[in-house]
Design a protein around this ligand. Structure first.
Ligand code: ADE
Length: 247
């Protein structure tokens, strides 16, 4: 898979892309990331990339010409590429969007800076807009890194054991169950007995129940998207009754 990044701050991508899972994905050639500096597509004398907003107001906007030229260069090299603008006004990024994006051959992530980008770019040059959360970053660079990290984990072969993300949070829209490692007793806080029992069926059941419990307590909204078995639904009813009793 190819990810094109369009940014005014290409240096922001060097270190994060060198390490850990992302670094390995690049090394193995499972992921190819190309970072382009939008300033390289500014062809006026001063290579200007920003300008004042028409109608007044504070701050600077990213000018349309360099952005359009950069996006057009990417589209020319990679026909069919999907181009996304990172902006707090975009669609809220989630695991299912990531899954859909990971299935594509190539995507481009355009990082906005300053107070925003000329709206004609949003309206006519990109295929979609993505927000990573309801807060304002100083630019789309960190957002792009988040998107890349989430997508990379979904590319077959990137994670050591191909199935290791199958059971993780959100893969079936439930939060993860609690996990423990040694020691069994840490300053008086003990690991649940069932996990030490060696009874795989009991462990599986306990984990599913704790996933459901966490999701019900912390993110009940996620239950609407989950594929729940009849057994899951029965456990949820039980957990709700338990909660009412205990208060
Ligand atoms: N740029 C600034 N804030 C952002 C956000 N929350 N998501 C994506 N891009 C952004």
């Amino acid at each position: 898979m190819v990810i094109e990044i369009l940014t005014l701050f290409p240096e922001m991508f060097s270190s994060p892309l060198e390490h850990s899972i992302l670094g390995k994905a690049l090394q193995k050639g499972l992921l190819n990331i190309k970072v382009r500096n939008i300033r390289d597509y500014a062809f006026d004398k001063h290579r200007q990339v920003d300008d004042r907003p028409f109608g007044g107001g504070s701050g600077m906007l990213m000018k349309p010409e360099p952005l359009a030229a950069a996006i057009e260069a990417v589209r020319k090299e990679r026909p069919g590429i999907k181009v996304y603008l990172l902006t707090p006004q975009g669609k809220l990024f989630n695991q299912s969007m990531a899954r859909q994006m990971a299935s594509l051959d190539s995507i481009a992530l355009v990082c906005g800076r300053y107070e925003g980008v000329d709206d004609r770019i949003r309206a006519h040059w990109v295929d979609g807009e993505i927000s990573i959360g309801d807060y304002v970053l100083s630019g789309g660079e960190f957002a792009a890194l988040v998107v890349i990290d989430v997508i990379a984990r979904l590319i077959p072969g990137v994670l050591g054991d191909e199935d290791s993300c199958v059971e993780e949070s959100f893969s079936d829209s439930l939060l993860e169950y609690p996990q423990y490692t040694r020691p069994r007793n840490f300053r008086g806080f003990k690991v649940p007995d069932v996990l030490l029992s060696g009874n795989h069926e009991e462990i599986r059941k306990w984990r599913r129940r704790e996933s459901l419990r966490r999701t019900l307590e912390r993110r009940p909204d996620l239950l609407d998207y989950s594929e729940l078995s009849e057994e899951d639904k029965r456990i949820l009813e039980e957990l709700k009754r338990e909660k009412k009793r205990i208060g």
